[in-house]
Design a protein around this ligand. Structure first.
Ligand code: ACO
Length: 706
């Protein structure tokens, strides 16, 4: 089969066959030949149609076997679905590398078997399949427009991978109208074989591509996608638009993790984990595409200190907001800033970031302050804003921008400009951006562009961490799981789940299971009052709802009373409940309640969740996700990225919580899930975090059904 590394032939084909080429201009098979011809492709083109003759000057072959060449890079197929398989059979007579199947009517309408049959046959004969149900491929490197989309594709440096055909065709038109140049646009259709991971691997090293935009509807091989994205985003920005932001409907909610891990929340988190930029809209994604053309010339920042220079306070405040939104860090060393800008800023201006030159600022003031920022090694990026005023000689504006842009480039420092005002400024924006100088009409756009440079820098600097495995007896965990499953039970009982925690070295409260009242009293005294008592039964999962949990039990009499009430309530709740016993648990001290969850996700395999825990977890929704496996730093990043992280760091005089022990819990829970093929969910809520140590109070483990 065509190796993954041979994907280069898909983007640089020496020959293309079109099965279903037609001389009827109303047909897709005509448009493809027409686009190939007018796109300037210089490779070999072989239209195939039983009628023979000529189409747009190309001789037409009645059958594939008649083509005077044995090796063909791409066969594009545009004939009805019921004829595709036999056409692929005919392709096996030649050495074909790629089938690009335009035809609809396969898995997207349930005709999955036919699609699989085609892929199987193709693979048997060394062919890879793009599609079916797609509009084709454009590749700038050989000027090939093998699509039935618009003719005029502007060559450039943006690659678009799209799962939706119609949107993709629309994007060809839109990019052309926006003067946005493409290095490639590929329609992935049903992704029966080739998917975004194959294409991304090629595009990562493609020197023609500076930024990759992907439109996705679903993820087929999440783990592979994560691995590829982590590598690609170290080389260039990847922007993803994914449909389906609305909440996932009915999901099994046996765990909080399950109900919080909506498809979009997980996708969003994992894209961040991979260093991908998520665009809200197609417009936003394409704007990034335009900025990428600037990015060819703007250097990456060497540090996190950005400075705003403005002649308008309002614009400065807007820019500050935008920096917060796009996570661009503002330089705040006041002493150094006053030293740097003292000479450039008038006495009534401000040397605080944003540096305010005031409405009285002249071209010379801008020159002086921007130069001061460029020459200060502690400043790593400059955001220069200008609001139209009468005191500024606007004929100088374009000159100042060009001069300062070149000056910044000479010292490899990024600078972006935003101009706000009338028609003359609009004209400058157009002219200067045509020269690849990053000048914007909107402050938010300027800062968004700068932020994508920061994203790339962060991705480049991020180490791919070594995953540390804890040494604990996985076999013992597997035995507990399999014993439960052999009893047709798809969750672990409390004592079994606690045993899993003990095996993994996760601290749980002291607890013992009593079979009678005397034992309960004995255990309570052994553990020390106060204690908590709970029913242990495979038939009662929601114990509080059943009135089968009693807390703050302080003496022997209360133990006996609680034992009797729990038994009574449990049997009222479910008269057939099989009761293993009553758990007597140490009443843990107050601490910070967090939740740690891990589950098997349909798209990304194993994922980990962390957040503020307790009974309000679903109200607070202060949770974060990552795909497993992760290393220590990534786990710590999870802990430090929740909104309420200040509570863990210690607020109002409280000491910080034991974050290292908490990170250990995250990693251990992740390792158990990753290594246990029959555990689908693990959830500890709450894990109580203290100044020293943690306690995993309530553990729930769900198992895979046979
Ligand atoms: N080998 C070579 N040529 C053949 C073969 C064959 N085995 N069988 C038929 N042909 C010829 C036909 O004779 C016809 O030529 P003609 O115009 O000279 O008569 C030509 O191939 C096309 O065949 P038709 O039967 O006319 O099929 P038609 O062009 O109407 O439709 C198509 C084929 C376009 C593939 C259709 O089945 C289809 O799937 N359309 C949807 C495509 C689509 O939307 N894809 C998703 C894109 S993305 C988006 O959503 C925009």
């Amino acid at each position: 089969m065509t190796e993954e590394s041979d994907i280069v032939s898909l983007f640089n084909p020496k020959s293309i066959v079109v099965i279903g080429a037609s001389e009827n201009p109303a047909k897709i098979g005509y448009s493809i030949i027409d686009n190939i011809a007018s796109g300037g492709y210089s490779g070999k083109v072989y239209p195939v149609n039983p009628k023979g003759g000529y189409i747009l000057g190309y001789p037409v072959y009645k059958e594939i076997k008649d083509i005077p060449e044995n090796e063909i890079d791409i066969v594009c197929i545009s004939i009805p679905a019921n004829k595709v398989f036999s056409a692929v059979q005919e392709c096996t007579q030649k050495k074909v590398k790629f089938l690009v199947i335009i035809t609809s009517g396969f898995s997207e309408i349930g005709n999955t078997d036919e699609e699989r049959k085609i892929v199987k046959l193709a693979h048997k004969h060394g062919m890879r399949v793009l599609g079916p149900n797609m509009f084709g491929i454009y590749t700038k490197s050989v000027s090939l427009n093998a699509t039935f989309g618009p003719k005029n594709i502007r060559p450039g440096s943006v690659a678009i991978l799209t799962q939706s055909g119609a949107l993709g065709i629309g994007m060809i038109g839109k990019t052309s109208a926006m003067d946005l140049g493409l290095s490639t646009i590929v329609s992935m259709g049903n992704k029966s074989d080739i998917d975004e991971t194959d294409l991304l691997e090629y595009l990562a090293d493609d020197p023609e591509t500076k930024v990759i935009i992907m439109y996705m509807e679903g993820v087929k091989n999440g783990t592979k996608l994560i691995n590829v994205l982590k590598k690609v985003t170290k080389q260039k920005n990847v922007i993803v638009i994914k449909s389906g932001r609305s909440k996932r409907g009915a999901m099994a909610t046996a765990s909080h993790t399950g109900s919080l891990a909506g498809e979009d929340a997980v996708f969003d988190a994992i894209m961040k984990q991979c260093g991908v930029i998520r665009a809200e809209t197609i417009k936003e994604a394409l704007e990034w595409g335009i900025w990428s053309e600037f990015m060819l010339s703007i250097p990456l920042p060497k540090g996190d200190n950005s400075i705003i220079i403005t002649n308008g306070g309002g614009l400065g405040v807007l820019a500050t907001d935008a920096c917060e939104k796009y996570q661009v860090n503002l330089y705040d060393d006041q002493a150094r800033m006053s030293a740097t800008f003292q000479k450039a800023v008038s006495s009534f201006g401000s040397t605080k970031n944003p540096i305010d030159l005031t409405g009285q600022a002249t071209a010379e003031d801008y020159r002086a302050s921007i130069s001061a920022a460029i020459n200060d090694p502690n400043i790593h990026a400059v955001i220069s804003l200008y609001c139209e005023t009468a005191v500024f000689d606007q004929d100088e504006l374009a000159k100042v921008i060009e001069e300062k842009y070149e000056e910044a480039c000479r010292v490899q420092k990024p600078i972006v400009f935003s101009l706000f005002g009338g028609a003359k400024l609009e004209k400058y924006i157009k002219e200067l951006s045509a020269k690849q100088i990053p000048v914007f009409g909107d402050v938010y756009d300027a800062i968004n562009c700068l932020s994508s440079l920061y994203t790339l820098r962060k991705n480049i600097l991020k180490d791919i961490e070594k995953i540390k495995e804890f040494k604990f007896d996985q076999n013992k965990i597997d035995q507990i799981v399999e014993k439960a499953r052999s009893q047709n039970r798809y969750f672990l009982l409390t004592d079994e789940a606690q045993e899993v925690m003990r095996i993994a070295g996760i601290t749980i409260p002291h607890c013992l299971i009593a079979k009678n009242e005397d034992e309960a009293v004995k255990f309570a005294e052994e553990i020390n009052y106060p204690v908590v008592m709970k029913v242990v039964s495979k038939d009662i999962i929601h114990k509080s709802d059943a009135g089968a949990v009693k807390i703050n039990i302080k003496n022997k009499e209360e133990v006996i009373k609680a034992y009797q009430e729990i038994m009574k309530n449990s049997l009222i709740y479910n008269k057939n409940a099989d009761i293993t016993g009553i758990e007597v648990v140490e009443m843990v001290k107050d601490g910070t309640q967090v939740i740690v969850g891990a589950r098997q996700d349909q798209s990304f395999n194993s994922i980990l969740m962390f957040g503020m825990g307790g009974i309000f977890v679903e109200v607070l929704k202060d949770v974060v996700f990552k795909a497993l496996p992760i290393g220590y730093n990534e786990a710590k990043e999870m802990v430090m990225s929740i909104k309420s992280k200040a509570i863990l760091e210690g607020v109002r005089g409280e000491k910080p919580r034991d974050i290292a022990s908490l990170v250990d819990v995250l990693l251990k829970v992740g390792q158990i899930l990753k290594n246990s093929k029959n555990i689908t969910d693990i959830e500890i809520n709450p894990v109580i975090v203290y100044e020293e140590g943690i306690k995993a109070v309530d553990v729930r483990i769900l198992l895979r059904k046979n």
